[in-house]
Design a protein around this ligand. Structure first.
Ligand code: ASP
Length: 324
């Protein structure tokens, strides 16, 4: 029998408050992943006789997620996926930046591994100390998804729904069902340990990704890419400030604009981005709309984000700059 490896990175799922009734005044990343797993392992029939192993890769509130943690996580996920006796990897993570980590892993893990085995991220909106925590059920559901025959690619499981790395987005600040797949809809739902699949498992984007993984392993300098937003009274000021050299700060390599609507922006911001592009900064145009994608015309001035949200477009641009 093959095993499922559960990697802990922290988050609210591992959070603790001083009162069970407190679901917001907690400290994230307090409980070890071995304990989280022990809390559910004895329970359902689903896990009886299953080989489950845990490993603490990090212990952070995911608002503080760093490239250093990504680097370690990638190495551990990669190593486990390569092992013949591993069926799947589950990752416990904070909800705040889960979508970025999911997208990152889907983009860089080698296609032969990620198209054969699943990597399932899960999280919680309430701390482990809560009167009614959502973490144990989410972890259980994530393991159920990981054990589903044919499962592959990077997905996220929360509140009974399964989202692909490409589509998942945190859309609520407080509700337990905090994630959405937008227009695409979820990949499926977990019901009493069974996955009801609604659409295809995700496939690795391209072989180019594998170039990035090597660069990530060898080089911990990530190209600096920032996000600017369009809004009423938008101007050149933020872009100009980002372009200005500052001591100890890497020079800017890329900019993602979270444009309004279908990729529109204030003319002053647009002019500033044009100047940045002339100076060698790569500009990508995403939208600040929660759903839909920028539908570009034939003569679009800036590359569009290919349907990615601004935060994922930033990760994609960093990886592209790294692999070029
Ligand atoms: N700030 C927490 C985190 O992202 C929120 C959560 O996990 O729900 O780690």
């Amino acid at each position: 029998m093959k095993k499922v490896v559960v990697l802990g990175t922290g988050g609210t799922i591992a959070g603790k408050a001083s009162h069970a009734s407190d679901n917001i005044g907690y400290t994230a990343a307090q409980v070890g992943v071995a304990q989280l797993l022990a809390d559910v392992a004895g329970m359902p029939a689903l896990l009886a006789g299953r080989l489950l192993e845990s490993e603490q890769v990090a212990q952070v509130d995911s608002k503080d997620m760093s490239f250093a943690v990504w680097q370690s996580l990638l190495q551990r996920v990669h190593a486990h996926l390569q092992a013949d006796d591993v069926q799947a990897v589950v990752i416990t993570h904070g909800t705040d930046t889960l979508e970025e980590t999911a997208y990152f892993l889907q983009a860089v893990l080698p296609a032969d591994l990620i198209n054969a085995k699943p990597v399932v991220l899960t999280a919680a909106m309430r701390p482990a100390s809560s009167l009614a925590p959502d973490g144990p059920q989410n972890l259980l559901d994530a393991v159920a998804v990981a054990l589903t025959p044919g499962a592959h690619g990077v997905v996220a499981v929360c509140a009974g729904a399964v989202h692909t790395a490409m589509d998942v987005q945190k859309i609520h600040t407080y509700r337990l069902d905090a994630f959405s797949s937008g227009d695409a809809g979820p990949l499926g739902y977990v019901e009493e340990g069974q996955l009801r699949v609604l659409r295809n498992w995700p496939l690795a984007p391209s072989d180019k990704a594998y170039i990035a993984i090597k660069n990530i392993a060898n080089d911990n300098r990530w190209p600096r890419v920032e996000i600017v937003m369009n809004y009423v009274g938008g101007s050149a000021a933020v872009v100009n400030a980002l372009l200005r050299p500052a001591p100890g700060v890497d020079p800017l390599r890329g900019l993602v604009v979270a444009a309004t609507g279908n990729g529109t922006m204030h003319e002053d911001l647009e002019a500033a981005l044009r100047r940045a592009q002339v100076q060698g900064v790569q500009v990508v145009r995403a939208t600040r709309c929660a759903s839909g994608r920028v539908v570009s015309g034939a003569h679009a001035e800036f590359e569009d984000a290919n349907g990615l949200s601004p935060v994922k477009a930033r990760v994609a641009l960093m990886l592209a700059l790294m692999s070029s």
